[in-house]
Design a protein around this ligand. Structure first.
Ligand SMILES: [Zn+2]
Length: 89
């Protein structure tokens, strides 16, 4: 007998983990955009994930990479980032 779960399909073997963290190497394959902006001066950039992976390493988790970012204008660390998916349907 098959029981249908209401909302979240959980693959076998995966329990409560939110999934592996996305790395810079994953980003180009996932076709996401990395949008970074500076909270101090509103400077916004969209770094090329492929270039970032080459510079920081493909194994670098995106969240780790984020902590290394500084504003290219003032060197401020008041930087925030989002990963924006382009693969929406
Ligand atoms: Zn700035």
């Amino acid at each position: 007998m098959i029981r249908h779960r209401a909302s979240v399909p959980v693959p076998p073997g995966v329990k409560s983990e939110p999934g592996p963290p996305m790395t810079l190497g994953d980003a180009p394959a996932a076709r996401v955009r990395l949008i970074v902006w500076c909270k101090a001066c509103q400077h916004q950039v969209e770094p090329d994930p492929t270039e970032m992976a080459a510079r920081y390493g493909v194994e670098t988790p995106v969240l780790d990479w984020r902590t290394r970012l500084t504003c290219s204008r003032y060197g401020s660390r008041q930087v925030d980032m989002v990963v924006s998916g382009t693969k929406r349907r």
